[in-house]
Design a protein around this ligand. Structure first.
Ligand code: GCU
Length: 692
């Protein structure tokens, strides 16, 4: 059975997040005009009809003095009534790319003009955002802006398993309930949640989504065959919001589906098999995005199984997709996950660069390498991945993790926007050359092939509020916004999210923004110190276990002994990882004197008595930050308690309950980490607080 409902407008089955009814109040009862056609125009028509309500009207004629006109540039040629804001928007929109838009509002009317329907959709949501941040829900905003996305690829990866019986439940590393896409081995038949999700993603400019886990379990392989009609219907929903649909596939699909004895890229029958699969897919879904592949990674099959390399593997699948315009996102999360902890020469941080950097320039132009933002795995603090800085001739997307696997699992408040801002504005050469940030490097490459940008692992599930922790919605919202414009500051983005999400609590906006702004730093304080990472409970990755991974196979060690801690990744005496960076950074990271404090233990093994740039010793820093971090969580909890009755009850109760848990967790982190290092080092806390 297919859902008969067209894409468009919130269904009311779940929390509307940042798109509640108040955000369109300024359009209620108004006349609006839409000049566009196609599936996205159909979505917009529904959006507008809901916004204006029964007392308003959605027409096509811009000459009847509508309050809002949304028009495709070419359809305006010869139209009458192209004056005022519409004229100005039309002039400004000339020559924009397919996703760009011009938006002009004079306070009583507004116009969005774009080259393509996707631009109109982006412009419409920008109008809602602008109205909310202008502080009035009833009045059309006054503004004039021309926008185009900085990065062509702005993608969301779902880590949703097709059936709940799979590894780790139905969303891998999901902390907000079960999948909104799958249940009992197939795509859900009630597609309303998917449609609402598409709307949320479109509203922040996301243009691609992969709907199933990168760890493709056996049942999920069947999405390519029996599941295809359902995938096609999901793609139809996303199409209405300008979002292309992708699937994660197993490199061993030819074998798993039982058709061939091998998945060897050098085998002609394998090449033909992938070509056949692509043909079948594009017959059903002509604008299908392509595939995401996790190969030779954490036990997943890949080209190494056949003595081939990643170029062979990625180009095999890219070749099948090329005739149809599809792309393969090939993940670079390749490392030895069966390491012997006694082996001090293998460094997991080096792995992605060691595997891929030398392959630059050999990938097909519809291959996109997907590189995690740090060299390890989404820790609260890591240096920027040197591989992300190295691939000048290869399409690259930098991968972020919105789902808070290592950053509090949507129990603890941890707004990741400041972290992402630091990464995206990272100075690539380290020489402070103008326009040389990671985001601008991705944008430059994107202008060549339109296949570079960012992607992120989603944090949503079927919890009523989508993200488990209400305030974690800001991370989802914010990812889309910084993908569109990486220059936006965390504070600006939080300002938008807060204004849209809590329109009736204007007096609290500053408080809410401050609370979120400080939360990443606070989380960092009470968890693993100075960039060392990984002191988490194995497998679940929530809560402290200082030695949890110390003698394991995962390559994630802190090497604490009675004298000191940290990982020597220098070229001179360590693993050489520091040498993977551009020269200025390599030199800075190589020496304790120049290595930034927050990454000291990522690059160096130092004595507890080592003096930080901040003026305290490493051991005292550990005591101070853990005590202070846990104190700040209590302060956040108390602040939130004082807001009772001033926010909607569901949000207040949800966050209150999570903050109580965070207080306990931070206390546990503080006490375990400080006690551990007191026992190891024998150095007492200068302030006499560490007593366990
Ligand atoms: C982390 C995470 C896994 C995930 C992997 C990946 O290791 O814990 O659940 O599969 O990243 O990115 O592939």
């Amino acid at each position: 059975m297919r859902s008969g409902r067209a894409a468009g407008t919130h269904t009311g089955t779940s929390d509307p997040c940042w798109l509640g009814p108040a955000t369109t109040a300024f359009l209620r009862g108004r006349q609006v005009s839409l000049l566009a056609e196609g599936p996205i125009a159909d979505t917009l028509r529904l959006e507008l009809a809901t916004a204006v309500g029964p007392a308003g009207a959605v027409g096509g004629d811009p000459s009847c003095e509508p309050a809002l006109v949304l028009a495709r540039h070419d359809l305006l040629a010869g139209a009458v009534g192209v004056t005022g804001p519409l004229r100005r928007a039309a002039d400004a929109a000339a020559g924009l790319g397919e996703e760009g838009f011009a938006l002009v509002g004079d306070g009583s009317t507004a116009a969005v003009v774009a080259t393509g329907e996707r631009g109109l959709l982006h412009g419409y949501f920008h109008l809602l955002r602008s109205a909310a941040t202008a502080g009035s829900h009833e009045v059309l905003p006054t503004l004039e802006t021309v926008q185009e996305p900085a990065l062509p690829v702005r993608m969301i990866n779902q880590w949703d398993n097709t059936s709940a019986g799979d590894h780790l439940g139905s969303v891998e590393r999901g902390y907000a309930g079960d999948s909104i896409f799958f249940s009992d081995g197939r795509i859900v038949q009630d597609r309303r949640r998917i449609s609402d999700y598409a709307r949320l993603l479109a509203s922040v400019g996301i243009n691609a989504v992969s709907i199933n886990n990168v760890n493709v379990h056996p049942a999920a392989v069947r999405l390519l065959t029996d599941g295809l009609p359902d995938v096609a219907d999901v793609a139809r929903i996303f199409r209405g919001y300008g979002i292309a649909t992708y699937l994660s596939v197993s490199f061993a699909s030819p074998i798993v589906l039982g058709d061939l004895p091998t998945a060897d890229p050098g085998d002609e029958s394998v090449v033909a098999w992938w070509a056949g699969v692509a043909e079948g897919l594009y017959r059903e879904i002509p604008d299908f995005g392509g595939f995401v592949v996790k190969a030779d990674s954490e036990g997943r099959p890949g080209p190494f199984d056949y003595g081939r390399d990643h170029v062979d593997g990625a180009n095999l699948i890219a070749g099948a997709l090329r005739p149809f315009g599809g792309r393969v996102f090939w993940r670079c999360f390749v490392y030895d996950h069966r390491q012997d902890w006694r082996d001090r020469s293998t460094d997991r941080a080096r792995a992605a660069y060691d595997h891929f950097a030398a392959l630059d320039g050999r990938f097909a132009d519809n291959v996109v390498l997907q590189v995690k933002c740090g060299p390890m795995d989404f820790q609260v603090r890591e240096p920027v991945s040197p591989l992300a800085l190295a691939m000048a001739e290869t399409n690259t997307v930098v991968e972020f993790q919105i789902t808070q696997e290592y950053t509090g699992q949507q129990i603890d408040l941890c707004c990741l926007l400041p972290q992402w801002h630091e990464i995206l504005t990272f100075d690539v050469s380290g020489e402070q050359l103008p326009g040389d940030t990671l985001a601008s490097a991705l944008a430059r490459r994107g202008r060549v092939t339109a296949s570079s940008g960012v992607c992120a692992v989603s944090n949503v599930g079927d919890d009523a509020n989508w993200t488990g922790h209400k305030l974690a919605q800001a991370n989802l919202y914010g990812f889309g916004r910084v993908a569109w414009d990486p220059a936006l500051s965390a504070r600006e983005v939080l300002g938008e999210w807060t204004a849209l999400t809590f329109p009736d609590a204007t007096d609290l906006h500053e408080t809410l923004i401050e609370l979120q702004m400080g939360s990443w730093g606070t989380y960092e304080m009470y968890t693993a110190p100075l960039g060392v990472g990984w002191m988490v409970t194995p497998h679940t990755h929530y809560g402290p276990a200082v030695d949890g991974y110390e003698y394991s196979k995962w390559g994630t060690y802190h090497f604490a002994d009675r004298d000191g801690l940290g990982v020597d990744r220098t070229v001179a005496t360590g693993t050489g990882f520091a040498g993977q960076y551009p020269k200025a950074w390599a030199e800075r990271y190589e020496h304790v004197e120049t290595c930034p404090d927050e990454l000291l233990l990522f690059f160096h093994h130092v004595p507890y008595s080592h003096l930080l740039h901040s003026g305290t010793t490493v051991i005292q820093h550990i005591y101070d930050t853990h005590v202070e971090g846990a104190r700040r969580v209590v302060e956040m909890r108390d602040l939130w308690r004082s807001l009772e009755g001033r926010l909607d009850e569901a949000s207040w109760t949800n966050v209150m309950e999570r903050l109580e848990r965070q207080v306990n967790s931070a206390r546990e982190w503080r006490d375990q980490v400080t006690t551990y290092f007191f026992r190891k080092s024998g150095v007492p806390d200068r302030n006499g607080r560490v007593v366990h």
